[in-house]
Design a protein around this ligand. Sequence first.
Ligand SMILES: Nc1ccn([C@H]2C[C@H](O)[C@@H](COP(=O)(O)O)O2)c(=O)n1
Ligand SMILES: [Zn+2]
Length: 169
Amino acid sequence: MRFHGKKRRKKVAKREDYISWDEYFMGVAMLSAKRSKDPNTQVGACIVSQDHKILSMGYNGFPIGCSDDDFSWDREGDDNKYYYSTHSELNAILNYRGGSLEGAVIYVTLFPCNECAKAIIQSGIKEIVYAEDKYHETMSVITSKLMLRSAGVLMRQYEPSGREVLITL
Ligand SMILES: Nc1ccn([C@H]2C[C@H](O)[C@@H](COP(=O)(O)O)O2)c(=O)n1
Ligand SMILES: [Zn+2]
């Protein structure tokens, strides 16, 4: 092959074992979940543009000014975490500092609840890629899917590749 009139040396071949877009964005969502202080379920989300740019990230936690040490992480009783925690998907939407999320894709480690589904629909996100769906039998997830389907938001389950990535932090 010729390059600027000169005979070109054989090119060095590219790496072939690079991670896919799905692995990359679900990996970022999984890493975000590691920031959660919830002792029972840690959820992470990563919002991506149609041209594969990361727009925002989030994980489940208490609002700014509501200390993780003062507010309750209990699952039951009058004073429980469900009153206080913001879900990862909503945090990712609220963390976005750009303009519109129209047409974006959200990668999330757990299928969105009905409240997050409303926020996803209203923000213009058009596709959900989720890893787990452990609450699929709850009314929250059943109604979430009803709304998402009705609004034309695509939903697909992430297919784990089984690839292990070692990151020493
Ligand atoms: N799609 C979801 C579902 C749940 N979360 C958060 C809300 C809680 O902090 C936790 C669930 O706790 P559990 O009932 O399993 O003890 O996960 C979320 O961020 N996104
Ligand atoms: Zn939610």
